[in-house]
Design a protein around this ligand. Structure first.
Ligand code: AMP
Length: 214
């Protein structure tokens, strides 16, 4: 299984990715997570990426493509990619690199969601600092405010989740990433799921959209 997840911030890709990883046993490669952990650890990559993340802009392609291919080469059994590709240039690079490895994509799964739903999902989002479990204060709150149900860790809001940055991220999605739906549709790889509704409803749609790839 070599899968790409597409959709605006707030579409629920990260949440559903956890179910896909469990179902298909392929590792998750989430570029946003890789950048954030590099920022937290103060690596050279993190220092380079931080200003882009804080502004809601894309990290330069040269940096991002190399980072992703390194992760893919450590996942010979396949992968679930969340957050990459984010523009046509990244998609073309991925296609060429996978072609050279004789390991083409199985599918690109697009999450379709209303923009205002997406904004609410992001503004309400909190993540456990210790185990990274995600919550949403509107749709999926923790039992105790600010505390992770699973491990008791503190729940944090991402620094790029204030409203102006979220609006900018959605704009970047519309301009740079949305054209990838046509890119993958032209290649017969696109599958679309309605990403409105509860986490369980979306999971069911996601799994049935990919049932033939199991
Ligand atoms: P995400 O967690 O996927 O929403 O990503 C958070 C931020 O990481 C984005 O707003 C970008 O600044 C950066 N980022 C993640 N994936 C990519 C990518 N494929 N290309 C460039 N920047 C990215």
């Amino acid at each position: 299984m070599r899968l790409v997840l597409l959709g605006p911030p707030g579409a629920g890709k990260g949440t559903q990715a956890r179910h896909l990883v469990e179902r298909f046993g392929a590792p998750l490669i989430a570029t946003g997570d890789i950048f954030r952990s590099n920022v937290a650890e103060g690596t050279e990559l993190g220092r380079l990426a931080k200003a882009y993340l804080d502004a809601g802009e894309l990290v330069p392609d040269e940096v991002t493509i190399g980072m992703v291919m390194q992760a893919i080469d450590q996942a010979p059994g396949g992968f679930v990619l969340d957050g990459f590709p984010r523009n046509i240039r990244q998609a073309e690079a991925l296609e060429a690199e996978l072609g050279a490895r004789n390991a083409p994509l199985s599918a690109a799964l697009a999450f379709l969601v209303d923009e205002e739903t997406a904004v609410k999902r992001i503004a309400g989002r909190r993540t456990c600092a210790d185990c990274q479990r995600p919550y949403n204060v509107f749709f999926d709150p923790p039992r105790a405010e600010g505390v992770c149900d699973a491990c008791g860790g503190p729940l944090l809001q991402r620094t790029d989740e204030d409203e102006p940055t979220v609006r900018r991220r959605l704009e970047v999605y519309r301009e740079s990433t949305a054209p990838l739906l046509k890119f993958y549709s032209d290649r017969g790889l696109l599958r679309e799921v309605d990403a409105e509704g509860t986490e369980a409803e979306v999971t069911e749609r996601v799994l049935s959209a990919l049932a033939d790839l199991a």
